[in-house]
Design a protein around this ligand. Structure first.
Ligand SMILES: [Ca+2]
Ligand SMILES: [Ca+2]
Length: 644
């Protein structure tokens, strides 16, 4: 089942022989056992691209001619599942070959580190003599931690180490092996002159060119089409969509996908130019299930239908962030001239932990013994493929197991397990657990065996990591908008709460909080600093509104209004839209009657006020019912109360 180059690798002195023969590499698909160096591996991963968002999948809106061609001349997987439905944990699975019951990066905090010494695709391939480069979003260890890419087998990594840093395409710098690489004219947010993604792709191409005579692994976990939905107005892809009668974010998103498609084409052209295309496997995929972005009443599953079959209308349940198929199903295409037969569609059930053993086998390297993945190289080559006994996921309080066509899912810890037969019910609409207790029992036993308590890697000094996160907003700078206007809300022109008419917040106590992240805690909403904010957790059990905050003001006050400030760091994720406010005498009963005030806030950095008729009480409650982008989470830079 091994391709001929593996035979060559088994021979003594193979390295010398391979080097002697590199000049003789032919573009023929015939492999001489000695004339080939191990194949190059290029893995390009879009951030957020949904299963049905490629034109070869029938998407009516988005054009992806180059990826379509890769699929037509290669293999497309129908059942490639993400390691996790969120950015950081899915990268942890991809890089380490482990499922999310074993990985060290299971939270989506952005900078959570892998453990020291943990093996990755990078370290395995580097030991096998590969040049290893990464370009894009790392997400498995912020700067200063033990999880940085250059400590995990990557010769070079250029891009974003922390995910929050990646929430701008115009940061003042990106990171190159933990050093800052300045980007000219950038201020963070949507303001700047140097589009970071262009730089990242160019660096990837430089890496390929520089290592054309070595076997190389080029890992490209690039950020488009993840928000902020920015693409330069002079990008050719924007010209295709700019005049569409769609919401601007939906147009920008589509253009970002088409831009990335063009760059995939550029990478393939470069491999041909260098004469290494026939000895290079190129894979393209998404990192987690589609996010159903840009929902409206005509597009209840998102404007581009990431999780909806464009012809049949059959939907994947759920989306990014949960373990139903909508959160896990990603597009995945593999192209390898002469090795993968053109035009294949594979139903082989695989997931991100399989990539390490697959790439290791392609390279003739040994995968670590403790990986959970299974090489799918035989499937790529059309040979007999082993199947998984089961696949496993956990995220926060959610757990899921796949066994053949069976999918067991427990959406909440201590909740009931559900069971679906995906061959009959890909939408996971009909729970058949009652009729298949034996099947479910087996799968629950797999889940119990698969989970090991998480052990994250060590942080050293977090100061550089925190700096990267702040760099997202262009702190201390004024931003230029993407259409050349002054960006609003950049750090440096931080808005303040009104000075008069507010009840003093000295001595205020938080009584009850519906949800908060580890770093963006609710006390940030009442700390008097508009640059800090409370950000509710993005987690299945806390994903949905309402998000609530109950505050004890310490004494009975007369309340006349409620003041809200959105986050001041240039992002709109999590800004409150519809809210209710309550005044009461008891923390236990507050929020049960009629609200004292309701409001629908807009995209404004200035303080917004919901007035109420004078109402006495010691406790106030804020209840956020929706978010400006229809996101499930919420945030507040500042919350204050008017009155006396
Ligand atoms: Ca993602
Ligand atoms: Ca604050």
């Amino acid at each position: 089942m091994s391709p001929p180059f593996l035979t060559a690798l088994c021979l003594p002195l193979c390295l010398a022989l391979v080097q002697c023969h590199t000049a003789e590499v032919s573009t023929s698909v015939e492999h001489s056992s000695l004339s080939k160096k191990p194949p190059n591996i290029v893995f390009i991963m879009a951030d957020e691209l949904g299963y049905y968002e490629l034109s070869c999948m029938g998407n009516p809106n988005i054009k992806t001619p180059n990826i379509d061609k890769m699929a037509a001349n290669g293999l497309r997987f129908t059942q490639c599942l993400a390691g996790s439905p969120l950015c950081a944990p899915t990268r942890g699975c991809l890089l380490t070959g482990k499922h999310s019951g074993h990985t060290s990066v299971r939270s989506n905090g952005g900078g959570t580190p892998m453990r020291a010494g943990e093996e990755t695709i990078g370290s395995v391939l580097k030991r096998a003599g590969y040049a290893t480069g990464g370009f894009g979003k790392w997400g498995c260890g912020g700067r200063g931690s033990r999880g940085v890419p250059e400590k995990h087998g990557f010769d070079t990594f250029i891009g974003y180490y922390d995910q929050v840093h990646a929430h701008t395409y115009y940061p003042a710098y990106i990171v190159n092996n933990s050093e800052e690489m300045p980007l000219a004219g950038n201020k963070g947010g949507s303001g700047g002159k140097t589009y970071s993604h262009y730089v990242i792709v160019e660096e990837a191409k430089k890496f390929i060119r520089a290592n054309q005579d070595e076997p190389f692994f080029c890992y490209m976990p690039v950020t488009p089409p993840h928000g902020i939905f920015d693409i330069p107005d002079d990008d050719p892809a924007w010209q295709i969509y700019k005049d569409k009668d769609w919401p601007e974010s939906a147009r920008r998103y589509a253009a970002m996908v088409t831009m990335l498609d063009r760059q995939v084409g550029d990478v393939l052209a470069l491999l041909r130019e260098l004469g290494v295309a026939d000895n290079t496997i190129v894979m393209f995929g998404g990192d987690n299930g589609g996010a159903d972005y840009f929902k409206d009443k005509d597009h209840p599953r998102g404007f581009h239908g990431a999780n909806v079959h464009p012809e049949t209308g059959v939907e994947f349940r759920g989306k990014k962030g949960n373990l139903y198929e909508g959160g896990l199903r990603v597009p995945m295409v593999a192209y390898w001239p002469g090795q993968i037969r053109a035009g294949r569609v594979s139903d082989h059930l695989c997931y991100f932990p399989d990539l390490l053993p697959t790439f290791a086998e392609i390279a003739g390297a040994k995968a670590p013994d403790d990986v959970d993945g299974l090489s799918f190289l035989p499937e790529l080559l059309g040979e007999t493929q082993k199947r998984h006994d089961y696949l496993y996921w956990e995220l926060g309080r959610q757990t899921a197991v796949r066994m053949g066509s069976w999918k067991a899912i427990r959406p909440r810890s201590n909740g009931a397990w559900e069971l679906y037969d995906l061959t009959k019910d890909v939408s996971e609409a009909h729970d058949v657990s009652a009729a298949n207790a034996d099947v479910l029992a087996r799968m629950k036993a797999f889940a119990t065996a698969a989970h090991v308590p998480v052990q994250e890697g060590d942080w050293g000094d977090r100061s550089l990591h925190e700096k990267d996160r702040r760099a997202k907003g262009g702190r201390g700078n004024r931003g230029r908008g993407r259409r050349g206007k002054r960006g609003r809300g950049a750090q440096g022109e931080v808005k303040q709460l009104p000075k008069k008419g507010l009840i003093s917040r000295d001595g205020w106590k938080l009584v009850r909080i519906s949800s908060e992240t580890i770093s963006k805690v609710a006390k940030n909403a009442i700390d008097g600093d508009p640059r800090t904010h409370w950000h509710t957790r993005f987690d299945q059990d806390m994903a949905k509104h309402p998000h609530e905050l109950v505050i004890d003001m310490g004494a009975v006050r007369e309340v006349t209004g409620f003041v809200y400030m959105a986050r001041q760091d240039g992002g709109w994720n999590g800004s409150f839209a519809k809210c209710e406010f309550f005044v009461g005498d008891s923390a236990d009963t507050i929020g049960k009657g009629e609200p004292a005030a309701t409001a629908t806030f807009g995209k404004k950095k200035v303080a917004q006020t919901a007035k109420c008729k004078p109402t006495k009480g010691r406790f106030v409650m804020l209840r956020a019912l929706s978010e400006v982008n229809d996101g499930p989470w919420a945030s507040a830079a500042e919350f204050a109360v008017k009155g006396r």
